[in-house]
Write a protein that binds this ligand. Structure first.
Ligand SMILES: [Cu+2]
Length: 118
């Protein structure tokens, strides 16, 4: 391979690296919506991601305002969507914490809150 060919490949490699980085699974939106207020505690929380998830390595937990787990522990994953059912947890701030492995084998994690109450 000539030197000019190697130099010519560098921008392409940079493009591959940066393009790949933006392909991780990040939270696109959720229900209840991030930071939103709902009148009554939801029966489940659903999260949509920017990429398909690996079900065996993707989890979500939900705690209520007292810091108690209110999720059933059974995360359901379908494509780029992840859901979990909730037990009654009263009003206040709910914390949602997620860890996912996307189909490109990269791990991402994050958390958000929503409010329950009048
Ligand atoms: Cu990735």
């Amino acid at each position: 391979m000539r030197r000019s060919e190697i130099v010519g490949m560098i921008p392409l490699l940079l493009l591959l690296v940066t393009g790949e980085a933006s392909a991780h699974a990040f939270l696109d939106h959720a229900e209840p919506r991030v930071g939103n207020k709902v009148a009554t505690a939801p029966r489940e929380v659903t999260l949509w991601f920017t990429q398909k998830l690996e079900p065996a390595f993707s989890t979500v937990t939900v705690t209520n305002s007292a810091g108690q787990r209110v999720d059933t522990g059974k995360t359901r994953v379908s494509g780029n969507q992840m859901s979990i059912e909730l037990r009654p947890g009263g009003s206040g701030t709910y914390h949602v914490t997620w860890h996912v492995l996307s189909v490109d084998t990269h791990r991402t994690e994050g958390n958000f809150t929503f409010q329950v109450g009048q």
